[in-house]
Design a protein. Structure first.
Ligand code: HGY
Ligand code: MN
Ligand code: MN
Length: 399
């Protein structure tokens, strides 16, 4: 067994939480390229150097800690949602650091570490690992903009210490990512570990309805071309149209909407909103896309709106590697017999992008109340340490 040090692991996890700490509890605000994110990555690079690994910050700001020669890659991301929890991504990065240190102290196996940039998609969808894995060109990524119109190219240019070179993925024999479940299952079932069998796919695009800006008091309801009403009608119709296509696991979300000019006495002339949907079946994602486009077109034509679709970003559903997953299952059964399960991931992870480069596998620890992407996200420290032990057991076995 690798000589992991739970106290050192927890101390670094709490240190990382300090960068962008927000809210009353353990929340963080640490979006990609924010001051807090850049400072956190600087701190991480120093810890990686102290661990005896070679730091490499790639052109988009993903921070690697490289062992000499061939190695197993462990990691996740350290950027957060606009309002996030202290563990989403950070847990996998610090667990990777602790195992890399313990592996070096034990004389092997060789373990490298990574914290990918913009997994949370301030600009795209798992942008840093999408660029590294080649599923998104750097040129295309640089043109992506956040909700305030800042481009990825401008934001990454603000981050010091980036190399011009990307890390060569062929040095890695595989990728293991530990993550919080971000859902209610393990907590509800009082189980300690989830071993992931597959990660869902996703589609994400902006949709704009253009109607007619007008006076909220003098414009009769009949004949208004109120862009918010178009979104409302679209959303209601969609639920009906999806009824015989989706399953209880399918999800779709309108998480961001901007109305122009966004004033209480003005009928909004324009509404731009994010349309995101996820499912484990690529074919179902495609059928949902067609329904979304057709329904938006129907609302636009019947209500006299102009309709625009932004570029659609997406990732395909992926299955975890059998051998790596088997090592996690064996380690889980050894550590918490009968208190673990195989389960799908409804959240996206960098592991999806890496699955095109190398074998990948993931393990989950419980999220209290299933809360995530919110300041209230939390996991009992005993569960965090259990996850670390299972990950270490799998790494030792794969060694
Ligand atoms: O949205 C996701 O699933 C990931 O947490 N970014
Ligand atoms: Mn995450
Ligand atoms: Mn997340």
């Amino acid at each position: 067994m690798l000589p992991i040090q739970p106290a050192r692991f927890l101390e670094d996890l709490h240190n990382l939480r300090g960068f962008g700490a927000a809210g009353l509890g353990k929340g963080v605000v640490r979006p990609a390229y924010s001051e807090a994110d850049i400072a956190a990555r600087g701190w991480l690079a120093a810890r990686i150097t102290e661990a005896g690994l070679r730091v490499h910050v790639d052109p988009v700001g993903s921070v690697f800690g490289l062992a000499e020669g061939p190695s197993l890659l462990l990691g996740s991301h350290s950027d957060s949602q606009p309002e996030g929890g202290w563990l989403d991504g950070a847990l996998g990065v610090i667990a990777a650091l602790e195992i890399a240190r313990a592996a070096r102290e034990a004389g092997g196996p060789a373990v490298s570490v990574v914290s990918f940039q913009d997994e949370e998609g301030r600009f795209g969808v798992t942008t840093g690992s999408a660029v590294w894995s080649g599923s998104l060109t750097l040129k295309a990524a640089d043109l992506l903009v956040d909700r305030d119109g800042v481009s990825f190219g401008a934001a990454r240019a603000s981050m010091p210490g980036r190399s011009e070179m990307f890390v060569d993925p062929s040095q890695f024999s595989g990728f293991l990512e530990m993550h919080i479940e971000q859902g209610p299952v393990l907590d509800r079932e009082s189980e300690a570990i989830g071993v992931v069998d597959a990660i869902v796919g996703i589609r994400d695009m902006k949709i704009t309805f253009e109607g007619e800006q007008n006076h909220a008091g003098t414009t009769p309801m009949q004949g208004r071309r109120d862009a918010f009403q178009a979104v409302s009608r679209f959303n209601t119709l969609l639920a009906d149209r999806f009824a015989n296509v989706v399953t209880p696991r399918t999800v779709w979300t309108i998480g961001h909407i901007s109305l122009h000019p966004n004033a209480s006495s003005i009928v909004p002339g324009r509404a731009t909103f994010s349309m995101q949907w996820r499912d484990g079946d690529a074919d179902r994602l495609g059928r949902m896309e067609q329904i979304i486009r057709d329904t938006a077109q129907e609302v636009a034509s019947s209500g006299g709106f102009e309709l625009r679709f932004g570029p659609m970003l997406g990732l395909e559903p992926v299955k975890m590697d059998t051998r790596l997953r088997g090592a996690l299952e064996t380690a889980a059964e050894a550590e918490v017999p009968g208190r673990w399960r195989v389960m799908p991931s409804g959240a996206l992870h960098d592991a999806t992008n890496l699955s095109g480069l190398m074998p990948v596998a993931m393990l989950f620890v419980p999220s209290i109340g299933g809360i995530s992407h919110a300041f209230g996200e939390d996991t009992a420290e005993a569960d965090l340490v259990t996850g670390l032990s299972v990950l270490a057991g799998a790494v030792a076995a794969l060694g």
